[in-house]
Design a protein around this ligand. Structure first.
Ligand code: HSE
Length: 323
């Protein structure tokens, strides 16, 4: 058993679906990211000492907060698998750096942070698949169903395709060097569980499925070829975006503005309300972010947060105490 006493980890925000890939495509981004600190405790179980940055909205009850659920799952898996004694409990601090119900994978980031922090306390015993499984225990509790398209890229980094859920099988897709992302989070919220219910209640035409199959194949091809123009054209969703667009005031106008301003492609991130656009340079991504944020203000009176940058290739990681 490792003697490390305190651990700090960062878990990045993630964009999911990426247009045609409902529940099967996700991408980690550089900013924002949640921080989780963990230390051993003589009190059995998991204690959440403090949650910062959530405006008091999240519970510190470890059975009602995803960071606690994921940490508990990680300890449970360790105990079931390893015949090694460990200190009785863990204390956690969660520093939320991203908005809740934003479409940025906030619950996934906190879940992954909880799982990774405990794994690191235990000496870094768990690999990618175990961390994802433990983090999903948290994510599942809040999102109204099992979907791994935020948790998987949060753990692994890069762009992930979920080939299969049973068993879970992930494929890391190549990330074109020049690809940049602009993400705008308008100050409104969409509850993922409700947005998923809307999708689950709907019946789809075969033509809609055919359209998405073609785009998903094109998107994977574009990433392998490094073809940003094709990648942009493949950001097109005939299934879910039309159902959820009405949940985001101004979405149609913001998307139109992004495409007019030269975005390669643009869609909702996850269940929204965040909107992402792909670009081929830092300057273009900065311009798109500003344009989309201005449009949210013009048409819906909404202030926004804007994040611009590269794809996060590392995923969740241990960081120094002052980072
Ligand atoms: N794939 C999920 C959905 C992501 O669209 O419901 C939620 O963040």
């Amino acid at each position: 058993m490792s003697t490390i006493s305190r651990i700090r980890v960062q878990a990045p925000a993630t964009l999911s679906n990426l247009g045609p890939g409902f529940d099967v495509l996700g991408m980690a981004i550089e900013q924002p990211g949640d921080y989780v600190e963990a230390e051993w405790s003589e009190a059995p179980g998991v204690e959440i000492v403090e949650v910062r940055g959530d405006a008091g909205r999240l519970s510190t009850d470890p059975t009602r907060n995803v960071v606690g659920l994921a940490a508990t799952a990680t300890l449970r898996v360790f105990d079931a698998r390893m015949s090694v004694s460990r200190p009785p409990g863990v204390r956690l601090w969660l520093d939320k750096q991203m908005p809740l119900a934003s479409g940025l994978g906030s619950s996934a980031a906190s879940s992954v942070g909880g799982a990774l922090a405990v794994s690191e306390l235990l000496g870094g015993v768990f690999g990618r698949d175990d961390l994802i499984a433990c983090a999903l225990e948290g994510e599942r509790a809040v999102s109204g169903g099992l979907h791994a398209d935020n948790v998987a890229p949060c753990v692994v980094g890069g762009i992930i395709l979920i080939r299969s859920y049973t068993p879970l099988e992930l494929l890391s897709l190549p990330v074109p060097e020049a690809l940049r992302v602009a993400v705008v989070h308008p100050h409104t919220s969409v509850v993922t569980a409700e947005a998923r219910r809307l999708v689950a209640e709907r019946r789809f035409e075969i033509g809609q499925a055919v359209a998405n199959l073609g785009q998903l194949g094109a998107l994977v091809t574009a990433l392998h070829r490094g073809d940003l123009e094709l990648l942009g054209r493949a950001i097109s969703d005939a299934l879910v975006e039309p159902i959820r667009a009405p949940l985001v005031p101004g979405f149609a106008e913001v998307k139109e503005a992004a495409l007019e301003a030269g975005a390669l492609g643009c869609s909702l991130s996850g269940s929204g309300p965040s909107v992402f656009a792909f670009a081929s340079s830092d300057d273009q991504a900065t311009h798109l972010g500003a344009r989309m944020a201005a449009r949210f203000q013009e048409v819906a009176g909404l202030d926004s947060d804007t994040y611009v940058g590269k794809v996060n290739a590392r995923g969740a990681r241990r960081v120094e105490e002052n980072e």
